[in-house]
Design a protein around this ligand. Structure first.
Ligand SMILES: [Fe+2]
Length: 154
């Protein structure tokens, strides 16, 4: 059984695992950026955003776990090392974040992860329905949080 994506033959399982790997570091980055916002947000919407960003971080970690474990179940190793996540990360700002800035920055991250997930879904086609379902759940959740962040902006 192949243990790395690089060594894998061109199979449906490989296609699925490669699609899942594309999304995995993006989800880990989202969980970290959501925590960054959780800790540093300020302003009138502090409490709502403090709580919402914690939910986003928790869900992003859960989605990452589901995505990674599907790839491993298909017979492949995954890569969510810090260096891999850093390579895929955007430019989430350091320091304190006003509430409107936190909403805008986190929405930008969500948009980037959603775009990557939609590309991965396109790569999957019908390679693996379980991986497909996992990625659809990610898109559904990201869309929900994009809406909830926009609603905070008023
Ligand atoms: Fe906390």
């Amino acid at each position: 059984m192949p243990s790395t994506l690089e060594a894998a033959p061109d199979t449906a399982a490989f296609t699925a695992a490669a699609a899942l790997q594309k999304v995995l570091p993006e989800l880990v980055a989202l969980s970290l950026d959501a925590k960054q916002a959780h800790w540093n947000v300020t302003g009138a919407r502090f409490l709502a955003l403090h709580e919402l960003t914690d939910r986003i971080a928790a869900d992003a970690r859960a989605w990452a776990d589901r995505v990674a474990e599907r790839a491993v179940a298909l017979g492949f190793a995954v890569d969510a090392r810090a260096r891999t996540v850093a390579a895929s990360d955007g430019q989430f700002p350091a320091g304190r974040l006003g509430d409107r800035e936190a909403i805008a920055e986190l929405t930008a991250v969500i948009d980037r992860v959603a775009a990557a997930t939609n590309v991965a879904l396109g790569d999957l086609t019908d390679a693996d329905p379980v991986a497909h379902d996992a990625l659809v759940a990610v898109v559904e959740g990201l869309d929900k949080y994009r809406w909830m962040l926009a609603a905070q902006a008023g």
